[in-house]
Ligand binder design. Structure first.
Ligand SMILES: C[S@@+](CC[C@H](N)C(=O)[O-])C[C@H]1O[C@@H](n2cnc3c(N)ncnc32)[C@H](O)[C@@H]1O
Length: 314
């Protein structure tokens, strides 16, 4: 690899925000949350677009907040943008959206969005309404920061209750799907992995899915296997990657860990301003982002090769 950027690989794409050469560009691959990626120009650009969510009066001199949640949102936005998904004419489907700003952000670029989350009774029972910041129960509250002009938001975004453990069969033909910090909450490791496989049905040929979840940095052996939040080990992700590839989907995963002081800091209460890793039970956790591509109808051997430019492969 002559290119100095970790977590990216060369593949054939319709060039998006990160530029490139002709139809070939360096694009993000599935990877762990790292400070290096967070402060890359591409993600900084998205951070600026999301500034109203973390710096409402625009007075904060920081270029971004060093938080893995922010990394997840910026990673998803960049992965979709550089694959030319955030444009008019595309259709996107978000799962477990809570009150995340991505719905409004994506709609502001032109795609039609179907935003989904648990039904209110189950969200209440599971405690998702407690914090006031993690569950929207409808379209209101998904454009709080005015990331999308209201009339465009109203025209492009619809909302629906969907249980990620039972993805309805009529949800199909989307160009992209995404979820942030959601599939680790489906009861156990297998349920989350099944969701990732199942939701690929919602994509049209050539579509792309981007999902973030919890990654166990401290053990590839013991982990939290069931409960309100589960923790995926490297071996769980490798098994999922294998399963997805067997079904014909393209996914490449770079398990390189960040090695800056921000990456190494394990943030525990009282939380600091550097929160890329924290603990869950006895384990250290960070985020992982998965990018999974469904082959386009006419993709031949060259297309498959370009779509799988391998790096440190999981
Ligand atoms: C930690 S919050 C994340 C919210 C949002 N994605 C974000 O990044 O801020 C987890 C979300 O997953 C949703 N969720 C949990 N279990 C779910 C299920 N079985 N089906 C659909 N959504 C679910 C919750 O309602 C909540 O909105």
């Amino acid at each position: 690899m002559s290119h100095g950027t970790t977590g990216r690989y060369l593949r054939g794409v319709t060039v998006g925000s990160s530029g490139g050469c002709g139809n070939i560009a360096w694009v993000l691959t599935s990877q762990l949350c790292k400070h290096e990626t967070l402060i890359s120009p591409a993600l900084l650009g998205w951070s600026d677009r999301l500034r109203p969510t973390w710096d409402p009066d625009g007075s904060d001199p920081k270029p971004l907040i060093v938080h893995r949640k922010m990394w997840e949102w910026l990673f998803i936005a960049e992965a979709l943008s550089e694959r030319n998904m955030l444009v008019r004419g595309r259709r996107g489907l978000g799962f477990g959206v809570g009150r995340e700003p991505l719905v409004a952000l994506f709609a502001s670029f032109g795609p039609e969005i179907v935003a989904t989350d648990l039904d209110p009774a189950r969200a209440l029972a599971a405690g998702w309404t407690d914090s006031g910041g993690e569950y929207a129960d409808g379209i209101e509250g998904l454009n709080d920061h005015h990331l999308c002009p209201p009339e465009q938001f109203a025209a492009r975004v619809t909302y629906r209750n969907v249980d990620m453990n039972q993805v309805p069969s009529d949800l199909g033909g989307f160009d992209f799907t995404w979820s942030s910090c959601a599939f680790e909450h489906l009861g156990n490791l297998a349920a989350g992995a099944d969701f990732v496989v199942e939701q690929m049905r919602c994509l049209a040929p050539g579509g792309v899915a981007v999902h973030t979840t919890e990654f166990n940095v401290s053990s590839n052996d013991q982990t939290v296997e069931s409960g309100a939040t589960v923790l995926y080990r490297r071996r769980d992700i490798e098994a999922l990657v294998k399963r997805l590839r067997k079904l014909g989907y393209a996914i490449t995963c770079d398990f390189t860990e960040g090695n800056t002081s921000a990456d190494r800091h394990v943030d525990v209460p009282p939380f600091s301003e550097t929160h890329l890793r924290t603990t869950l039970g006895e384990f250290v956790t960070t985020s992982i982002g998965l990018i999974i591509e469904k082959p386009s109808a006419g993709s031949g051997r060259l297309g498959r090769f370009l779509g799988r430019g391998e790096r440190s492969v999981g």
